[in-house]
Ligand binder design. Structure first.
Ligand code: NAD
Length: 432
């Protein structure tokens, strides 16, 4: 196990500039652009660019057949300035430390933009959850939780579900942490089952927020939502309910993909039937009321609204010139590379950035934490109303900053968020 505090000064410069993976590069470029607009100096830039704490752990697992395997996991706390660190845990074969660093940084900006009192964190274990049995997944989760136990907790760092994890994984994390503490600590994770103190509305909160801002964005470009078309990439926790809520808003979802393929129906997909098909077969392809679509074509369809809700770096410099949607709402974290973003802006597309578009999840995670702290649970309508109020306020803030400063929505969201974190840092001062 290595527990590495923030790199020393000589490493700072390299963290800002050296050859990172593209997703971390994109996160750093977005920060650098905001720093430039805000006129902050190099010292403050470094303070905001370098994670406060990183932990990389080997996670040994005894497989069901008796053999032993070690997986690599990470937890990165990018910022603790505005409150405890907050962010999901991802189980995916593609997890790397740089990816987790980028995702942790985006969580800091997201929490600041939505004005929830958290810093940003992220965690992940490089593994394919589909290749493990349920009991292997439980053992792996409990061991990973034990390894990162010294740095998590309701007042330190609060994990939540992300790609490849769900409320069951959160229940195991809660139990492992609670057993080690000697009493039940519901506030150590969010996105947990209702029976363990989860919040009503948490499971669908990210999707609800995505659709909330998608409707505001269509209104912003003076396109009536009713009768419009949409394509959604990803049919997991975010994509599935986003497609459903879009349909509820009378938007025709004509194409949906997952990691195995894509399906298309020009008259609109029946999302509930598709969800039944996916529950039975595990994938969207083969759905009888649709035709198969080459997955890369989904992003280039002639639709009004595109919702990438799967993984990062899918809209690139290569395919961005062929993206025809006039509004792109980033359900996923980091789906658009910096260079692609510039192409989309030049082509007149309105991109609603991830730190705004998919923030519904962390907002209701915050509500879950507040309810847990008060030991008083709200009804579904309370959660929905407060979520919609927070999303609306953030949307209005971003749009007005974009208008006043002449920025894209992404640049405006970053400027607002970075300024809030910097203000908090400057007020607290540098210790010692
Ligand atoms: P998930 O694991 O529940 O679902 C991911 C979906 O994407 C699956 O349908 C998978 O098959 C599909 N997918 C994977 N690779 C793909 C590819 N190359 N092309 C098309 N589809 C692909 O994960 P999720 O929780 O829905 O997360 C999706 C994205 O949303 C991630 O970027 C995540 O960080 C972000 N996000 C999630 C939440 C949340 O509350 N779950 C909150 C904010 C942001």
């Amino acid at each position: 196990m290595t527990d590495t505090l923030a790199p020393a000064a000589q490493a700072t410069a390299s963290f800002l500039t050296d050859g990172a993976t593209s997703v971390l590069d994109d996160a750093k470029r977005q920060l650098a652009a905001a720093i430039d607009i805000l006129g902050y100096d190099d010292g403050l830039h470094a303070m905001l660019a370098v994670p406060r704490r990183e932990m990389t752990v080997g996670v040994p697992l005894r497989r069901d057949d008796g053999t032993q395997q070690v997986f690599i996991g990470h937890r990165v706390q990018h910022s603790l300035t505005r409150g405890p660190a907050k962010g999901g845990v991802r189980y995916s074969p593609h997890v790397t430390l740089d990816e987790v660093r980028a995702l942790a940084m985006w969580m800091t900006w997201k929490c600041a933009l939505l004005d929830v009192p958290y810093g940003g964190a992220k965690g992940g274990v490089a593994l394919d959850p589909a290749a493990l049995s349920m009991s292997e997944l439980e053992r792996l989760t409990r061991r990973f939780t034990t390894e990162i136990l010294p740095i998590i907790g309701p007042e330190r760092d609060i994990p939540a579900p992300d790609i490849g994890t769900d409320e069951r994984v959160m229940a195991w994390m809660l139990d492992t942490y609670s057993v080690a503490s000697g009493y039940t600590v519901p506030g150590v994770v969010t996105g947990k089952p209702l029976a363990l103190g989860g919040s009503r509305g948490r499971a669908s909160a990210t999707s609800r927020g995505v659709v909330h801002v998608a409707l505001r964005a269509l209104e912003h470009v003076a396109v009536p939502a009713s009768g419009r078309t949409a394509a959604v990439q990803g049919f997991g926790k975010v994509g599935r309910d986003a497609a459903k809520f879009l349909t509820d808003a009378d938007i025709s979802v004509v194409a949906i993909s997952d990691q195995y393929g894509a399906v298309y129906n020009g008259a609109g997909l029946n999302i509930l039937d598709l969800a039944d098909h996916v529950d039975k077969t595990g994938r969207v392809v083969g759905f009888s009321a649709a035709e198969a679509l080459p997955p890369h074509e989904l992003l280039e369809l002639d639709v009004d609204l595109l919702v990438p809700a799967a993984v990062e770096s899918v809209i690139t410099v290569e395919n961005a010139p062929r993206v025809r949607a006039s509004v792109i709402v980033e359900g996923a974290n980091g789906p658009t590379s910096t260079a692609a973003d510039e192409i989309l802006a030049r082509n007149g597309a309105l991109v609603v950035p991830d730190i705004l578009a998919n923030a519904g999840g962390v907002v209701v995670s915050y509500f879950e934490w507040v309810q847990g702290n008060q030991a008083y649970w709200w009804n579904a309508q309370d959660v929905e109303d407060r979520l919609s109020e927070k999303m609306s306020r953030a949307w209005d803030d971003v749009v007005s900053t974009a208008r006043i400063r002449g920025l894209t929505l992404r640049a405006a969201a970053m400027v607002l968020a970075v300024e809030r974190v910097a203000d908090a840092h400057l007020l607290r001062g540098l210790y010692p």
